[in-house]
Design a protein around this ligand. Structure first.
Ligand code: DGJ
Length: 700
């Protein structure tokens, strides 16, 4: 990270990219260039003159602020919106100051640009962090009120990102809903403002705060891609602006329409990180770089093998009791499961989803002696014990709600909205957050819980905080409190592991992944649907955080019947788990399952810590290829959902193999030439629909 005083530019350096910015004469930090070292060097001398936002821009088109403000001839989305007590809006910055610091051995660099409004006691810090081991640039903003009167903050984005002029602009993102999260979408960026958002108080099933832009020519293996991801698990908004002069910027941060925050005198407000990445290796290269970043700088447990999980939800629903769970636990241990998770239904008066949420005591009708006997037995069987919780929610039919109706998010004089018969607790209130932390801590301590599946099955509606002078802050305060509680639990119980879940994959983002070990990817466990879901999930998130269960067939979501082998091969591409009714599986099925679990344990270091390639295939098939970091071991999984007469076996191009090397197929005892496999390895699938195969290769 360097500052060039003569040109007034800051240059951020990552291993393979550069990012150049400067302050314009009006005091606003402006983007100059972001891309390869060569591309950015071409801008170094010209600085602001060739940057977007130069003085010749007509009527403000093309202004590329590092953080858009509302003043001046700016007509794009403003990432900073403030109003002072006298009614004046927006900021006008004076001369910027800055500070550059570096971590031990230059492992990271941190630039802070300090801005002070020319006439009002408002200051902002734009933060940039780069690391020696990733091309991801982390950015965030801190706003402070240095005066004596409150300042109203309508919006405070983490960062705005800008692109060089491209021949065209294409956006890639994911959309979906419950049971069909992470569906990839790719299309031209319109000359318009395109808004990606969640208004739900959760990251959301419908969109994810990840966005990639290319010029329309990038593919899986080639091409320049600029992508960004926001580390936030509440409501968020990213506005992508392609203006008529064909410049593209996007600004993003927490909150949707507005954050409605009052910044009291002496207070500051810090945003979450909005991380950006430029890569030239296509969408596959971008995904690999994000996975690597998550492992190096986000995940609390990047080097740990994720255990093979058993989860009771699809098997027993709410009908859980000690005897039934013991039978499942025995069957689970018998096929090699390492972590047994008791899902919903174990507490309060919970027999279905209408009652009991909030009453976190074991249900005496189902667990007359509490959870101890089950926990003990699970531990005796050599498995860890995990428990489902939904700490942010309450049923109206619960002792908690009867005692504290004022604890829920609600608006006075408006009918409350129940979703899944539940209301949402307001963790913005210190007493509510403290209550949650207290019972969670006690639960983990008392029962020796190894794993929490932290669920959240409804969105925020009717957001209100009666009696609070600044009720809108609940949107941010709630998410921050969830983070604080998770962080505290982890600090106090170092062996505790947490799975993030929100009715499936409604809370998957870089913010929650900083304090959880995996994500429940989707309630949809149909293996065919899962292939698309897992593909979209993998755009940013690595395989070890992608929880994937094998469940019963026909699948409860789709009614589709698939072979056990196919179901396993789909789940073995992530963090394998089982969610079927094991007590009803035949001895043959259990034996087959045990074989796959054992095989997964032999390959999981490659799947969970390796590098993902999504090879091109032929013959109506898809495949993934995981390579160990040293290139010595490889796992290839191929699937074909529908066969056809005369279809040849799929040719899978393993371009990540070394053409000079030979590989040993561990399970088939044959040798494979790297050169041949690079042009296309014929993978033998069984006949019929839903054929799949897994290859485990070792470099000779
Ligand atoms: C939604 C989760 O995604 C499911 O796996 C399950 O835990 C249910 N909630 C329980 O209510």
């Amino acid at each position: 990270m360097t500052y060039d005083a003569a040109r007034g530019t800051w240059l951020l350096t990552t291993p393979d990219t550069r990012y150049l910015l400067r302050t314009d004469p009006d005091g606003s930090p402006r983007h100059v260039a972001w891309g390869t070292p060569e591309a950015v060097a071409a801008h170094a001398d010209a600085g602001a003159l060739t940057s977007p936002g130069n003085a010749n821009s007509f009527a403000g088109d093309g202004v590329a602020d590092e953080l858009g403000i509302e003043t001046g001839a700016r007509f794009g989305p403003a990432g900073l919106q403030v109003r002072f007590a006298d009614g004046t809006r927006g900021a006008q910055w004076g001369p910027a100051a800055h500070e550059i610091s570096t971590g031990p051995d230059n492992s990271d660099g941190h630039l802070v640009i300090r801005l002070q409004d020319r006439r009002y006691p408002l200051s902002a810090e734009l933060h940039y962090r780069v690391y020696q081991d990733t091309d991801v640039i982390e950015r965030w903003t801190v706003l402070a009120n240095d005066g004596h009167e409150p300042i109203s903050v309508g919006r405070l984005d983490s960062a705005a990102w800008s692109l060089p002029r491209l021949t065209d602009y294409r956006m890639s993102h994911v959309v979906g809903g419950w049971n069909h999260e992470f569906q990839p979408r790719r299309g031209q960026v319109p000359v318009a403002e395109t808004v990606f958002t969640s208004r739900r108080g959760l990251t959301g099933h419908q969109a994810n705060p990840w966005l990639a832009i290319d010029d329309g020519t990038a593919d899986e293996d080639r091409g320049a891609v600029w992508s960004t991801a926001l580390a936030w698990s509440g409501s968020w908004r990213i506005t992508l602006h392609r203006d008529p002069s064909d410049r593209v910027t996007w600004t993003g941060g927490f909150g949707h329409e507005g954050i409605g925050w009052t910044l009291a005198p002496g207070q500051s407000l810090a945003t979450p990180v909005f991380a950006g990445l430029h890569t030239t290796g296509g969408f596959g290269g971008a995904a690999r770089a994000w996975h690597d970043y998550v492992r190096r700088h986000v995940s609390p447990t990047p080097h740990e093998d994720r255990p093979v999980v058993y989860n009771s939800w699809e098997a027993t629903g709410f009908a859980v009791d000690e005897a039934g769970q013991l039978r499942l636990a025995e069957a689970a241990a018998g096929i090699g499961i390492e972590l047994f998770v008791l899902d919903d239904g174990w507490f309060g008066g919970r027999r279905d989803d209408t009652a009991g949420l909030g009453d976190w005591q074991p249900y005496p009708g189902a667990f007359p002696q509490g959870l101890e006997p089950l926990v003990e037995k699970v531990h005796q069987l050599g498995m860890r014990f995990g428990l489902w919780v939904e700490p942010e929610m309450v049923n109206a039919d619960s002792d908690l709600y009867r005692a504290h109706p004022d604890w829920v998010v609600h608006t006075p004089n408006r009918d409350p909205t129940e979703l899944r018969h539940q209301l949402m607790l307001n963790y913005g209130r210190a007493d509510v957050a403290e209550w949650a932390h207290q019972w969670l801590d006690q639960l983990v301590r008392e029962y020796g819980i190894d794993f929490l599946k932290w669920d959240a099955n409804r969105a925020v509606t009717d957001a209100g905080w009666p009696g609070h002078p600044d009720p809108d802050r609940l949107w941010i305060d709630h998410t921050r409190a969830v983070y604080r509680i998770m962080d505290q639990l982890r600090a106090d119980h170092p062996r505790l592991r947490i799975e993030a879940c929100a009715g499936g994959g409604g809370r998957a983002d870089l913010g929650v992944l900083a304090r959880t070990d995996q994500v429940w990817t989707s309630d949809n466990t149909d293996p065919v649907d899962r292939l698309a879901i897992q593909h979209g999930f993998g755009m940013v998130f690595p395989a070890e955080v992608m929880a994937a269960w094998v469940t019963d067939s026909p699948n409860i979501a789709t009614g589709r019947t698939t072979p056990l082998r196919f179901r396993f091969h789909v789940s073995m591409a992530g963090a394998l788990g089982i969610g079927g009714k094991l007590t009803e599986w035949t001895p043959d099925e259990l034996e087959e399952a045990a074989g796959f679990v054992a095989q997964y344990k032999r390959i999981r270091h490659v799947v969970q810590h390796g590098v993902l390639y999504r090879p091109s295939t032929e013959g109506r098939s898809t495949a993934v290829h995981y390579a160990s970091a040293d290139g010595a071991e490889h796992v290839v999984i191929a699937w074909r959902t529908a066969t056809g007469f005369g279809l040849p076996q799929p040719l899978v191009r393993l371009s990540a193999l070394d053409a000079e090397a030979e590989y040993y197929d561990v399970d088939r005892d044959v040798r494979i030439s790297g050169a041949v496999a690079r042009t296309g390895l014929e993978v033998e699938l069984p006949g019929g629909d839903y054929g799949s195969a897994l290859l485990h290769l070792r470099r000779v």
